[in-house]
Design a protein around this ligand. Structure first.
Ligand SMILES: Cc1cc2nc3c(=O)[nH]c(=O)nc-3n(C[C@H](O)[C@H](O)[C@H](O)COP(=O)(O)OP(=O)(O)OC[C@H]3O[C@@H](n4cnc5c(N)ncnc54)[C@H](O)[C@@H]3O)c2cc1C
Ligand SMILES: NC(=O)c1ccc[n+]([C@@H]2O[C@H](COP(=O)([O-])OP(=O)(O)OC[C@H]3O[C@@H](n4cnc5c(N)ncnc54)[C@H](O)[C@@H]3O)[C@@H](O)[C@H]2O)c1
Length: 458
């Protein structure tokens, strides 16, 4: 049985750990799928390449109110798709080749790993290995909801929808979170009739309620949004998918060419038979880790979607750096910093958030003041004729320290960044607003003004 210094399971964010500082280590990497993991192959990267393309496709329609009459002649779907994956697939193949053929100290096993005993791993390739240290970086996968006959009907997830051979005429999206909001924007901008089916009363219900309400209003004008619906059965009739729903007005059916299921992601910990090596798992499937990313077994670390509360690439990258340091310096371990984790939804409009929502502040009994500023009331908002976007900030009324920020509108994912910086470095709202120049007339003025609107004690 081969023995290694380190085994890394999963080539998403885990693949970045073994850099030149590990040249003297004997390392095994196990991957069951395509090299590079979710973000590169089926997540952040391709979706944002589609989102940018969708923004371009949607631009002509927004020109008329500025006095520019433009028309979208068409979207060459296969060209769009092949440009995106023509860029991505070689990166994945190159990464695999580099690890498998050019890293003298790394052995790549292409199989589904599972533990068979303490620090003993079946690589799924016919070979069982042992190691002193393991990194569990096995990520997550789409949840398949309990809807009768879904399997026999056939459906897509975010893993497959981007590789369609042709644009559907109609697309139903089951789910109302990040994936649903981003793909609804992509496909509707390409001319597809989109229906979004959600369980709760709002799209993106985990956002600050004012933001989720505004997004739901804007979305309902563009897409057929059906909320408070339960999907009970699916069927395929004459080649079309029919989704049977139960809602406030009783039973209804949505028919479309394709169905995208986007109801969340579950950690891949169940594939690993972790009990065999004694690693603890939360009831929701996340591997239990401490602030140093250590599991319940000495020498076994976990990071990213398989263990994190946040299924986000910037969090997985951060945790990978922590694991990397702690492998190299076990006597001086560092902790992950999850104080101010931001997130953005790249839909239309965009949404970005960091820190507490107003609802969380209320639920947790946190003292706060809140203020907002509309894009429509800053100069660049006039330039864009934006009439739905706004920035909202929450702060401690006494210290002025920022507790949360929520932005809905153009470039929200970039506009919010100075607030993330202020929160991370303990800058109070007044100092942040008045202690620096804000380029006029640029979009971050929406943040400057929201900060100035806060009714702080001093
Ligand atoms: C459609 C979509 C869009 C997204 N967009 C964004 C975004 O814009 N911004 C953002 O921050 N985040 C985004 N995310 C989330 C982000 O992709 C993930 O948080 C991140 O990729 C997780 O990285 P990871 O290394 O933990 O797991 P992964 O990248 O999923 O890597 C895990 C790897 O482990 C392998 N594996 C699993 N089990 C085994 C096993 N038993 N044996 C061997 N190998 C195994 C898998 O095949 C996979 O390659 C998006 C996700 C999706 C689905
Ligand atoms: N821009 C980004 O950073 C980005 C983009 C895409 C995905 N992601 C990550 O991937 C994760 C997964 O995305 P997601 O959109 O699949 O999950 P999500 O958790 O964001 O949203 C899932 C939604 O589906 C709803 N739902 C659950 N079961 C349902 C059912 N049976 N019928 C109808 N609705 C149901 C839930 O109430 C929830 O609102 C995200 O939470 C996020 O962390 C991030």
């Amino acid at each position: 049985m081969r023995h290694f210094d380190l085994v890394i399971i999963g080539t998403g964010s885990g693949n970045s750990i073994a850099d030149e500082r590990f040249a003297g280590w004997n390392i095994a990497i196990v991957e069951k799928g395509v090299f590079g993991g979710t973000c590169l192959n089926v997540g952040c990267i391709p979706t944002k390449m589609f989102v940018h393309t969708a923004d371009v496709a949607a631009a002509p329609a927004s020109g008329a109110r500025l006095g520019v009459d433009a028309h979208l002649d068409g979207v060459r779907w296969t060209d769009v798709r092949d440009r995106i994956f023509g860029r991505i697939d070689p990166i994945s193949a190159g990464g695999r080749h580099w690890r498998a053929e050019e890293n003298a100290n790394v052995t790549v096993y292409e199989g589904t790993a599972r533990f068979t005993g303490p620090k003993t791993l079946d690589t799924g390739t016919g070979e069982v290995i042992t190691a002193d240290r393991f990194v569990l970086a096995a990520g997550s996968r789409p949840v398949v909801p309990d809807v009768a006959d879904l399997d026999s009907t056939g459906y897509h997830t975010s893993d497959t929808i981007m590789r369609l051979d042709a644009l559907p005429r109609r697309l139903t999206i089951l789910g109302s979170g990040f994936v649903a909001a981003e793909f609804a924007h992509v496909f509707s901008s390409f001319g597809v009739e989109v229906t979004v089916v959600g369980r709760s009363d709002l799209l993106l219900r985990h956002e600050d309620r004012e933001v989720a309400t505004r997004f739901t209003q804007v979305a309902s004008e563009k897409w057929d949004v059906r909320l408070k619906r339960k999907a009970v059965r699916a069927e395929r009739v004459d080649g079309f998918v029919r989704l049977h729903l139960e809602g406030p007005d009783g039973a209804e059916v949505v028919e479309s060419d394709e169905l995208l299921v986007a109801v969340g992601r579950t950690p891949n910990s169940d594939l690993l038979d972790l009990a065999a090596t004694g690693v603890d798992v939360h009831p929701d499937g996340r591997v239990v880790v401490d602030s140093h990313q250590r599991t319940s077994v000495e020498g076994v670390y976990a990071m990213g979607d398989v263990s994190s509360e946040y299924q986000l690439k910037h969090v997985a990258n951060h945790e990978a750096r922590v694991v990397q340091h702690n492998l190299l310096h076990p006597d001086e371990p560092i902790e992950s910093d999850h104080r101010f984790v931001p997130a953005a939804v790249f839909s239309s409009p965009q949404i970005a958030s960091v820190g507490l929502t107003e609802q969380q502040a209320v639920e947790r009994g946190v003292r706060y003041v809140a203020a907002s500023q509309a894009y429509a009331s800053i100069a660049y908002g006039w330039a864009m004729e934006d009439d739905t976007g706004f920035a909202k900030v929450l702060a401690d009324p006494d210290t002025g320290l920022i507790l949360g920020a929520h932005v809905i509108g153009p470039q929200a994912s970039s506009v919010i960044q100075p607030v993330i910086q202020a929160m991370s470095f303990g800058l109070d709202a007044r100092t942040m607003a008045r202690g620096q120049y804000w380029i006029h007339p640029a979009m971050p003025e929406v943040i400057e003004n929201a900060l100035l609107n806060l009714p702080l004690a001093h």
